[in-house]
Design a protein around this ligand. Structure first.
Ligand SMILES: Cc1ncc(COP(=O)(O)O)c(C=O)c1O
Length: 420
């Protein structure tokens, strides 16, 4: 037996294994998220944080969940609540979602719905289902960082989804072929996107469907924020527009990913996918192999709370977030120096700020934390090509209106004092 720092079967005493040499190539693209690192800052009491895009815990319907969990663990349901269950998800919840989807202009059956552990799991599964190494995914520039992280594991290329750009399907196809694969899907967050807060008008949604039809690819619709509209008229989901074109969900190419995280509670990890049956059948097989099913107790609790008062809960959180959105837009108007621009979202949790060219969001964050104790997310992480250094994401969901005013006043000072 070897001792004292000698090699033994690849193990160097005191140094551990050379893990990266053993990891699959896909692990090269798994990097720590700037946002997750920043979430740690929320715990420091003197930091005003616009960084984490999370719901305000004060708005969670905790009492309703307490009652729902107690009921699920009593009487006849307690065995089922704690037992293994089917991968498709808890049937009463899927049936509730059939009614919800119908109200959004999506006629479907429970067979078109699979429950996931948050919509994040749906993004991972869809990456697994569609992307072979070298295939291309069309995404926004910027787009949701968590989607890039989910898809990255399947080693795709990214190309820029620009609904109204003068770029032909053939051009997208040729670029993907030159990269050794095919375009497989377009991923879009149509309502109050993370990170920009922007909503695609119906014409842009139709343009995405046109492009997807020309390329004969799927469309992944990320609807995480769809219920959080504060102003303006609802725009039909991509899936509803697709069904209006094709006549039925079975003929449509759009895969809708929904979530209860932003409306009821993210900690229970309940989301859903709504799509044509051949897609759902494959996703069910992926889920069987991945985690068998999402927690039944959580699905039951979500079902009870949603059935008893989804609309009133959504109305309550919308009133709070609308006031915070208004406070942030007003404060930006008051305190930001000339040359800085920002989005004016109709819903969701985010405002996207663009600084003059040459500014760097990451250095600004370091400066802002040091001098003014204000946190935000530098925008670069949301771009598949690492561009966007002069952008920032601000979330208004967790700060009071007074904190928002104070935080943006401080941020205005940091931006005003910084140079490109
Ligand atoms: C655009 C978008 N999609 C999906 C998710 C994932 O949410 P969940 O897995 O909690 O449903 C998030 C979370 O922040 C998000 O911002």
């Amino acid at each position: 037996m070897q001792q004292d720092g000698a090699h033994a079967g690849g193990i160097t005493a005191g140094h551990g294994l050379d893990w990266p040499a053993l990891f699959a190539t896909r692990a090269d693209r798994m990097k720590a998220s700037e946002i997750r690192e920043l979430l740690k800052l929320l715990d420091q009491p003197d930091v005003i944080s616009f960084a984490g895009g999370i719901p305000d815990p004060a708005l969670f319907p905790a009492g309703e969940f307490g009652a729902a969990l107690t009921a699920a663990l009593s009487g006849d349901s307690k065995g089922a609540a704690l037992q293994y269950s089917v991968s498709e998800g808890y049937k009463p919840l899927r049936e509730w979602l059939v009614t919800r989807m119908a109200s959004l202009g999506v006629p479907c059956t429970a067979e078109n719905i699979m429950i996931t552990s948050g919509s994040q799991q749906a993004l991972d599964y869809l990456g697994k289902l569609f992307l072979s190494k070298g295939d291309t995914a069309l995404v926004g520039w910027p787009t949701y960082l968590g989607a890039l992280q989910a898809f990255n594991a399947y080693e795709p290329h990214y190309d820029r989804l620009t609904p109204h750009a003068n770029r032909s399907a053939a051009d997208y196809g040729e670029t993907a072929a030159a990269n050794g694969g095919q375009v497989k899907f377009a991923y879009a967050s149509a309502d109050f996107a993370n990170p920009t807060g922007e909503t695609l008008p119906e014409s842009a949604r139709q343009a995405i469907l046109d492009l997807a039809t020309d390329l004969d690819i799927a469309v992944i619709e990320d609807a995480a924020y769809q219920s959080l509209r504060y102003d303006g008229a609802e725009v039909p989901p991509l899936l509803a527009l697709d069904i209006a074109r094709t006549g039925s969900i079975e003929a449509s190419r759009t895969i809708y990913c929904g979530s209860f995280s932003k409306t009821l509670a993210p900690g229970l990890r309940v989301g859903w996918v709504c799509a044509a049956k051949p897609v759902i059948s494959k996703l069910v097989l992926i889920k069987q192999a991945s985690d068998l099913h999402s927690a039944t107790l959580n699905q039951m609790a979500i079902h009870t709370v949603a059935s008893n008062g989804f609309e009133s809960q959504v109305a309550k959180i919308k009133a709070a977030y609308r006031a915070r959105r208004d406070a942030m837009l007003k404060a930006l108007e008051t305190y930001m120096p000339r040359g800085v621009t920002w989005t004016k979202p109709d819903g969701g949790m985010f405002v996207w700020v663009t600084l003059p060219e040459g500014f760097d969001g990451a250095s600004l964050l370091a400066e802002s934390l040091r001098t003014e104790r204000v946190a935000f997310v530098p925008g670069r992480a949301f771009f598949a090509d690492g561009s966007g250094a002069n952008t920032l994401r601000l979330s208004f969901s967790c700060a009071s209106e007074a904190m928002i005013d104070e935080g943006i006043k401080r941020l205005g000072r940091v931006v005003g004092g910084a140079s490109a």
